[in-house]
Design a protein around this ligand. Structure first.
Ligand code: IFM
Length: 449
């Protein structure tokens, strides 16, 4: 008897991408400038042509996604293309995005559009980026223009991708532009992001009352390294409140809670229609006196976890289930807006994928309102400060030749999406090493017969 983990009818199976990471030829945003600065990106890598979507290679990649049973795709639009200068809107850029969304609809894939995914127009960066409160009306104006132009093709909008990662990487550690370590600036950025999200949420609903709008949160479990240690527990709790809770709480009750102060932002209350969760991994947290820059905490992976080739992600699938349980407090439908692993070898991805989809199925089986899953990513793309050293694609990209080749997980994900379920046969074929974890005793029972 075959055994399968079945998903509800209408479940969304997609992949996620972001403009700067796949389009190529972006020259007018803060990341293209950052990439020119020596020492900012591993090995001096640049996004360059990326996956060459701006020249039209999205067509062949959307064909790949559609042929492999995906019924949705999450992409982002590049603010600096749509509004190259504060006083100029580029209709040809909006036409290009229209074409892409039509391309998805024609292939029977539901588009989900992210309006901000890490990059800022240079003109915005020059006036202080998200530190400057002027960003709130500026973002709202950009959102209005974009949503007016694209509303015919989608009702699913992500205002800001991973605002917690943006604030942490650009203002706590200096890995994203503008490369600051400044806790006050980080707070201002967080406050402006919450206010800009709220303004965008209200504007989108004014233009398109049926819209479904969210922020995509990166959820990361922080586990005290020593469960009996009050200080490890306190540090894990503070880190989690700051990284996981601050934004989703603020867009729920209109209060932004920071390390040493709170701010009331009443217009942000109840401004998400669904909860987007990006989940990759979780970490242990231990008190460490030498880490004064990092709230005196050291974060690391347990020795018994399988690590991705760049040791960037520990395969910790239960964290996805826990992330979904954490998300229940916001009382909204949940979509996994990103999940994946950097693995240029293609060897770890199949087992990572089936274990995470199994955890998501457990949540669905508890009747938790999980409505869809977007794998990061369809194709290898430019991985920010880690350049081209980390590969998250179901398809491999040769950056020099633009040739695509399919990794085994592309077939595995296609089988899951087409069947709307994960079966024992799929696990046996693609990820035999975790068969017993997912189907305990099944192999033995079959052998006995
Ligand atoms: O590539 C990134 C993406 O831009 C945001 N979420 C995490 C991904 C993998 O690091």
């Amino acid at each position: 008897m075959p055994v399968s983990f079945q998903f509800p009818r209408g479940f969304l199976w997609g992949t996620a991408t972001a403009a700067h990471q796949v389009e190529g030829q972006n020259k007018n945003n803060n990341w293209s400038a950052w990439e020119q600065e020596p020492g900012r990106i591993i090995a001096g890598h640049k996004a360059g042509l990326a996956c060459d979507w701006w020249s039209g290679r999205w067509r062949e990649d959307f064909d790949r996604a559609a042929e492999s049973g995906q019924n949705a795709h999450r992409l982002s639009v590049e603010w600096s293309r749509i509004q190259p200068r504060p006083d100029r809107w580029d209709e040809t850029a909006l036409d290009r995005y229209r074409e892409m969304l039509i391309g998805l609809v024609e292939r029977n894939m539901l588009p989900m559009v992210t309006l901000h995914h890490f990059t800022n127009p240079l003109w915005l960066e020059e006036i202080g980026g998200w530190e400057n409160e002027e960003v709130v009306p500026l973002f709202e104006a950009f959102v209005r223009r974009t949503v007016e132009a694209l509303k015919e093709f989608t009702t699913m909008w992500v205002t800001i991708n991973e605002p917690n990662v943006y604030a942490a990487m650009a203002y706590f550690s200096d890995e994203f532009p503008p490369g600051k370590k400044d806790m006050n600036a980080a707070f201002n950025v967080m406050r402006n992001m919450v206010r800009a999200h709220a303004a965008a949420y209200h504007a989108i609903h004014e233009i398109q009352p049926e819209a479904r709008v969210c922020l995509a949160h990166q959820y990361r479990g922080f586990i005290p390294a020593k469960s009996w240690s009050p200080i490890d527990r306190a540090l894990a709790g503070i880190t989690s409140r700051l990284f996981n809770d601050a934004f989703p709480m603020a867009v729920t009750d209109g209060k932004l809670r920071y390390i040493y102060k709170n701010e009331s932002i009443p217009e942000a209350a109840n401004t998400q229609d669904f909860l987007g969760i990006n989940y990759y991994t979780q970490e242990l947290v231990a008190f460490d006196l030498s880490k004064s820059d990092d709230l005196y905490s050291r974060r690391f992976f347990p020795a018994d976890k399988q690590l991705s080739p760049g040791e960037f992600i520990a395969n910790w699938p239960e964290g996805l289930f826990q992330g979904i349980q954490w998300g229940l407090q916001f009382k909204k439908p949940i979509i996994i807006t990103e999940n994946g692993v950097e693995d240029h070898t293609g060897e770890m991805r199949p087992s990572y994928l089936v274990q995470h989809i199994h955890q998501m199925w457990r949540a669905v089986n508890f009747n938790y309102p999980v409505k869809g899953y977007f794998h990061w990513s369809l194709i290898d793309n430019f991985e920010w400060e880690r350049g081209w050293t980390q590969r998250f694609g179901l398809w491999e990209l040769d950056v020099e030749t633009q040739a695509r080749s399919k990794r085994p997980s592309a077939d595995l994900y296609a089988a899951i999406a087409k069947a709307n379920s994960l079966t024992d046969a799929m696990v046996a074929q693609y990820a035999p090493a975790v068969f017993d974890t997912l189907f305990p005793g099944l192999q033995a029972a079959r052998t006995e017969k």
